[in-house]
Write a protein that binds this ligand. Structure first.
Ligand SMILES: [Zn+2]
Length: 383
């Protein structure tokens, strides 16, 4: 069954064809088979988007969707002047451990649906609020129900009352053995108050040896060794990158590791924003992600992230859209998403505006009109 999307006022392809005015796009069996301008070819089904702008679906390469509990009070205290520290994660760990699989599945599925409505067509989901062998295994399993890009984040925080070195040893052995068969990625939180460089190196290399791809939370709350470690180990992505030294920027520019910015986090923690301009101008590949989590960034809105990236990270709207789509795809080492053309997945977002710049120009306005994932409109209709 072929479907043609017609009446596209502006089609952003992220291919050599660039942006096409007055365009159409044909989908078949979950993939794009043809794009063009002028009169549209015949197809079994026709969707007219009436002059709206169509962009590749958003690729959210960093989320923590599987959790229970709520930290609105902590957020309010922070807005009233309390600092953000990594230890707040223990609050969510307690609530998550106490929740059943059925409860966690319902909560995570609702958040995934919220993200879909926000235009996120590809998503990465981490564990990390279990911090025991049994709990991390079940959280990775629940993440894997939502996405092929499930990430084992046993090294999220040292649980209260546990020796750090003993915990790292557990993460690298029994916890990894239980989680690895269900995960595609391994991640760690390299930060004062979480794990140091040697501990993160031990965790990531153990994951790599178990067949997982590597990613790292790096340089979020202050300068540190995380970005250098991520580049040295060949991580797919170094995430946050809020505090970067010259050496960090040079390392990101020289290697394949994607610099992923999570500006909704800096917004929600009242941290400074990263100097994305310096990273982009140095030639590094950049991505934008929501970091949806209950402590430091409880949003699924990639439109909001794009607006922050333009206003506060001084990216152009074009750069921000590219980072939220193609950049996320690079961060997840997926070459079938983040662009639209023959062979790409038929993942697209119809924006209720003549151009995607309106996502920035009209902040907070729900402009995501339709979301097509694998050729299925709004998740209901599987051609
Ligand atoms: Zn995170």
């Amino acid at each position: 069954v072929t479907t043609v999307v017609t009446g596209i006022g502006r089609l952003v392809t992220h291919t050599a064809r660039g942006e096409l005015p007055g365009a159409w796009l044909v989908m078949d069996r979950g993939h794009v088979v043809e794009v063009g301008t002028g009169s549209a070819p015949a197809a079994d089904r026709r969707i007219d988007v009436a002059g709206r702008c169509v962009v590749p679906g958003f690729v959210d390469s960093h989320t923590h969707l599987v959790f229970a509990g709520d930290r609105a009070a902590e957020f309010a205290a922070r807005m009233a002047g309390a600092p953000y520290a990594a230890g707040g994660i223990n609050t969510t760990i307690a609530a998550t451990r106490a929740a059943s699989n059925a409860e966690l599945r319902t909560l995570a599925a609702a958040r995934r649906e919220e993200a879909r409505r926000a235009g996120i067509t590809t998503i990465e989901v981490k564990s990390g609020y279990g911090a025991t062998v049994v709990d991390e295994a079940r959280l990775v399993g629940l993440a894997a129900e939502l996405t092929p890009d499930a990430t084992f984040l046993g090294a999220h925080v040292v649980p209260a009352g546990v020796d750090a070195d003993a915990y790292v040893e557990l993460v690298c052995t029994d916890m990894l053995a239980a989680a690895a068969p269900l995960a595609r990625w391994i991640d760690a939180f390299c930060e004062v108050g979480a794990f140091d460089a040697d501990q993160c190196r031990a965790v990531l290399t153990a994951g790599r040896d178990a067949g997982l791809g590597m990613r790292l939370h790096a340089n979020q709350l202050g300068p540190g060794p995380g970005v250098q470690l991520a580049v040295e180990l060949g991580c797919a992505s170094a995430d946050h990158c809020t505090y970067l030294a010259d050496d960090d920027v040079e390392a990101l520019a020289a290697g394949p590791t994607v610099a992923t910015f999570l500006p909704a986090t800096d917004f929600s923690t009242r941290q400074p924003y990263p100097d994305a301009r310096r990273v982009i101008d140095a030639g590094a590949t950049v991505a934008l992600a929501t970091n949806c989590n209950p402590g430091s960034s409880y949003t699924t809105s990639m439109s909001f992230v794009i607006a922050l990236a333009v206003r506060d990270l001084h990216m152009t709207a074009e750069e921000a859209l590219r980072a939220a789509t193609l950049g996320g795809g690079r961060s997840l080492q997926r070459d079938d998403v983040g662009w639209l053309g023959p062979g790409s997945r038929a993942d697209l977002v119809v924006i209720d505006a003549p151009g995607y710049e309106h996502l920035v120009y009209r902040p907070g306005v729900p402009l995501i009109h339709d979301v097509i994932i694998g050729g299925a409109v709004d998740g209901h209709d599987t051609p």
